[in-house]
Write a protein of this length. Structure first.
Length: 153
């Protein structure tokens, strides 16, 4: 005599628990993806004092007299200007709202494209809305590229 075991009905609690675990797993996966996207990744310059451009280390030969270029380094974005045979390094982050500044060779000023702040070649504010000067960055130029000098050096 064999008795047919009838299948046990699935309870509503079990279905709700499985749906809840599935939803939590999906949310966890999305949260992980968002965090991975937002978390800063170490760039090529993470362990180096070289200024990096879009295609690798900035080459001093590509910066002509009276021209400027923005590179990335351990200290952040740096504006490099070659003027009168001298290499000048400034923080490339506007002190007003943090936009990236650029060198205008025609006016010989550092300009912020967001709100029109103007800075001199030494970082001093020439026209607002910025109120604080751009920070100076010491540079060393050699055959390898443009280096950010060590703090205190």
């Amino acid at each position: 005599m064999s008795a047919d075991p009838s299948p046990q009905p699935v309870s509503r609690r079990l279905v709700n628990a499985l749906l809840g675990l599935g939803a939590l797993g999906a949310l966890g996966g999305m949260a992980g993806a968002v965090l991975a996207y937002l978390w800063p990744q170490p760039g090529q310059a993470a362990g180096s004092d070289l200024l990096m451009g879009t295609e690798g280390p900035l080459n001093p030969q590509t910066v002509g007299e009276g021209q400027g270029v923005v590179g990335r380094s351990q200290v952040g974005k740096v504006l490099v200007v070659r003027q009168g045979g001298e290499w000048i390094g400034l923080s490339a982050t506007c002190s007003h709202l943090g936009c990236t500044v650029s060198w205008n060779p025609a006016s010989k000023q550092v300009e912020c494209p967001c709100h029109g702040a103007r800075y001199g070649l030494r970082g001093e504010v020439l026209r607002g809305p910025a109120r604080q000067a751009l920070g100076r960055v010491d540079l060393k130029v050699d055959a390898q590229g443009i280096h950010v000098a060590a703090a205190g050096g």
